[in-house]
Design a protein around this ligand. Structure first.
Ligand SMILES: Nc1ncnc2c1ncn2[C@@H]1O[C@H](COP(=O)(O)OP(=O)(O)O)[C@@H](O)[C@H]1O
Ligand SMILES: [Mg+2]
Length: 234
């Protein structure tokens, strides 16, 4: 469903993503692992056409999406949850969620607030609060729920566990697992947290210095324990 071929990306004259290829199938969970600075976020930003200058081929749902504007990609069914979460501090949770509806218009009828609350019941207890009053974990849930509002086919998730306490990470994992299974959404998950990723995905790409240095199943990943030691800070 999402195919990336020979992707290269630059920030100014810095050559960051150095020819990577990866695939995410419909309903498939794919992990993009790598330590800080490996190029995970830049890969997701390149797919969404925000920030870096990009070369290569990006195919989504059989069309070439290279150069298309981010809002256009959202309408086509490609969701994105950026690393900084983009929660508006002065808006309530409901209003923050409402913004996600604009992602889908024209393609499909988005979820309404009641429907999204049913999908993410743990938002009930803080739905009337403002964005600025939420914990990091709550913000992450709202950010993901907002992206799901527009009924994406594939969601790019950028380090959802970053800065969250272990107990929150566990509840976030259960929340994401339930929703992607229920709705049949494919995910490309950029992460450094291996246990979290393992639970949500079936296939792994490991990045270092802007390149993919391993790809395979989790079983194959586990057969090379030096990968984890060398390329992911534990
Ligand atoms: N806006 C930017 N301008 C210039 N260089 C950047 C920018 N963002 C990231 N980089 C550099 O690109 C490389 C990859 O970063 P990033 O994609 O954020 O890695 P990761 O998400 O895996 O931690 C790093 O060397 C980082 O310093
Ligand atoms: Mg990052």
């Amino acid at each position: 469903m999402l195919q990336i071929r020979n992707l290269e990306a630059y920030y100014g004259s810095s050559y960051i993503i150095q020819n990577i290829s990866l695939n995410v199938g419909a309903k498939q969970g794919v992990a993009l692992l790598g330590r800080n600075g490996a190029g995970k976020s830049t890969t997701l930003k390149s797919i969404m056409n925000v920030e870096p200058k990009v070369k290569g081929e990006i195919i989504f749902n059989e069309s070439n999406i290279s150069g298309k504007k981010p809002y256009h990609l959202a309408r086509m069914g490609l969701g994105y949850v950026p690393e900084d979460r983009r929660i508006f501090a002065d808006l309530t949770v409901a209003d923050n969620l409402q913004i996600g509806q604009y992602g889908s218009k024209k393609r499909i009828e988005p979820y309404d607030i009641d429907e999204i609350m049913e999908l993410f019941p743990l938002m009930e207890k803080f739905k009337n609060r403002k964005g600025g009053q939420l914990s990091g974990g709550e913000q992450q849930v709202v950010s993901i729920a907002r992206t799901i509002m527009s009924k994406p086919k594939i969601v790019l998730l950028d380090e959802p566990t970053e800065g969250l306490a272990p107990i929150i990470v566990q509840s976030l994992r259960e929340t994401i697992a339930k929703v992607i299974q229920e709705l049949g959404i494919g995910i490309l998950l950029a992460e450094q947290n291996i246990n979290f990723s393992r639970n949500l995905t079936q296939y792994v790409y490991l990045m270092d210095q802007g390149r993919v240095i391993f790809e395979g199943t989790w079983e194959e990943f586990d057969r090379q324990p030096e990968l984890k030691k060398k390329y992911i800070a534990v």
